[in-house]
Write a protein that binds this ligand. Structure first.
Ligand SMILES: CC(C)(COP(=O)(O)OP(=O)(O)OC[C@H]1O[C@@H](n2cnc3c(N)ncnc32)[C@H](O)[C@@H]1OP(=O)(O)O)[C@@H](O)C(=O)NCCC(=O)NCCS
Length: 207
């Protein structure tokens, strides 16, 4: 591939994205971060996030590696850049699935047939996005979480680590599904849901 990737965010998720990108064949990585300087897993942190436009040269790809969905959206809205899709080579992506620009799929995850994953989503390590799922923009599925067939995940929603969402259920925009929850009924926008079966713990942040 012989290309440079600029990763916006040098935290834990940024390092996981770098690891996947190198395995995809990116030649080298440059990080940008507002809070860190120096080097990150051996690659330079070349300044704050707003330096991204200055690194645009027609040959370089960009990806936002910020785990906070709203922050990721804010950064994406603030920059018009060639956003890459980063897919770890061990992930299983159906040729009949769609991945939006800026989306990251990490090691061992599966995105099955006719699933549609929007822009700047995260499908984390070992997560399962089953057939006919729709993940709207800036949604996130944490490690080992599993979505049954025809699940819809609203924009900015977060499915927690190891959570399960039953087939045909809709997770509302901006919902947070807690670690290990089992969602058996559709959830209201902006709610925080925990437990088995999942119940609404409180009103979440306004979307
Ligand atoms: C649900 C969640 C968002 C709540 O976060 P929070 O508002 O900071 O909640 P707190 O840690 O203050 O816990 C508040 C209460 O909820 C309970 N709780 C928290 N998470 C829970 C979960 N996943 N399932 C059941 N109960 C949970 C706590 O035990 C605590 O109960 P208490 O008041 O009786 O002591 C969070 O715990 C969670 O599960 N996040 C998912 C994290 C994740 O998947 N990360 C992946 C990163 S790759």
């Amino acid at each position: 591939m012989n290309k440079l990737l600029v990763i916006l965010g040098a935290g834990g998720h940024g390092r996981a994205v770098a690891d996947a990108a190198l395995k995809m064949g990116y030649r080298t990585i440059v990080f940008l971060d507002d809070r860190a300087a120096g080097r990150c897993i051996g690659f330079p942190i070349a300044g704050p996030l707003d330096r991204a436009e200055a690194l645009r040269d027609g040959k370089t790809d960009f990806v936002i590696a910020l785990g906070d969905n709203r922050l990721r959206r804010r950064v994406a809205m603030g920059h018009d850049l060639p956003w890459a899709r980063i897919v770890h080579p061990s992930a299983q992506i159906s040729p009949f699935a769609e991945l939006g620009a800026g989306t990251v799929v990490l090691a061992g995850a599966a995105v099955n047939v006719c699933a549609r994953v929007g822009r700047h989503c995260i499908v984390n390590t070992g997560a399962v996005v089953e057939h006919d799922n729709v993940l709207e923009d800036f949604a996130q599925v944490a490690p080992r979480a599993a979505l049954g067939g025809s699940v819809r995940v609203g924009a900015l929603a977060q499915i927690g680590i190891g959570a399960v969402v039953k087939n045909n259920v809709a997770v509302g925009m901006g919902c947070v599904i807690g670690a290990g929850a089992v969602v058996v009924k559709s959830t209201e926008p902006g709610g925080v849901y925990v437990g088995v079966p999942a119940w609404r713990r409180e009103k979440g942040a306004a979307v």
